[in-house]
Design a protein around this ligand. Structure first.
Ligand code: OAD
Length: 237
């Protein structure tokens, strides 16, 4: 049976997305020739130690990324996944992205594994604040007086436990699992398609390039997500 037929028959569908799905919206990916981790050193920007050492530098970098995200709009890849959710009985969108574009596209059941770039969290009392305003050089502070940090999972930090366990449970119960625009390198997210496959799901990858999971999946499509997803999934956007 082809993917469209499987989607039609499936009770449970889960999707994992990574930076590649937002590339066509103009948001840089992390790895690859123009990737963010080629231009910047992760350990100087995306670790708790970096923030302790130089919060201004870290916030400047996130402010720059927030501006990129603010200019971006969802592309046909995001829209196709939002449409798939509307026709599927049980649907979960697991994303490593922090840009919020899936929600803008209309997706509802979203599990954000790595946080959200629009949220900040107090380093002392953990109070949350959501703001899309540029920081303009000011370091954001909580009402309690302490510094706010981006509510993003940094290297060396644990993922939000409940979100992660729900993601694994969705991967285990999915009949169809899609892995879209992720290099499938970063743990533990990269285990989700593997767990889905071991649990009997039909696993499909969409990525410009081959990845460590390409050999294991049932179908791999090496094309741009925005170009292929609407027709691959058989949805009207
Ligand atoms: P990566 O930058 O590692 O990988 C992006 C993937 O998308 C690559 O495999 C590209 O081939 C693919 N790609 C690029 N453009 C595409 C397109 N138009 N259509 C389909 N595929 C395309 O991004 P992630 O896998 O998301 O973590 O990286 C995972 C995590 O590593 C990120 O969430 C981030 C980073 O460190 C944190 O910041 C916590």
């Amino acid at each position: 049976m082809d993917l469209k037929g499987r989607i039609k028959n499936a009770e449970r569908i889960a999707v994992l997305t990574g930076a590649g799905i937002s590339a066509e919206s103009g948001i840089p990916t992390f790895r690859g020739a123009d990737g963010l981790w080629k231009q910047f050193r992760a350990e100087e920007l995306a670790t708790p130690q970096a923030f302790q050492r130089d919060p201004k530098l870290v916030w400047e970098w996130y402010d720059w990324r927030r501006q990129k995200c603010a200019q971006a709009v969802p592309n046909p890849g995001h829209l196709a996944l939002a449409e798939l959710e509307r026709i599927a009985p049980h649907f979960t969108l697991i994303t490593q992205n922090v840009d919020g574009l899936h929600a803008l596209a209309g997706s509802k059941h979203i599990l954000e594994l790595h946080g959200n770039i629009w949220r900040m969290r107090c380093v002392a009392c953990e109070a949350m604040r959501e703001s899309r305003e540029p920081l303009g050089g000011e370091l954001p502070h909580c009402d309690c007086g302490a510094l706010m940090r981006p509510d993003i999972v940094w290297f060396g930090e644990a993922l939000p436990q409940q979100v992660l366990s729900e993601a694994f449970s969705c991967a285990r119960s999915a009949e169809v699992f899609l892995s879209v625009g992720t290099s499938a390198w970063v743990m533990p997210a990269c285990q989700l398609p593997v767990v889905a496959k071991q649990s009997g799901a039909y696993v499909v990858e969409v990525n410009l390039e081959k990845t460590p999971i390409s050999e294991m999946v049932d179908e791999a499509h090496h094309r741009k997500a925005g170009e292929i997803l609407p027709s691959l999934l058989g949805v009207e956007i």
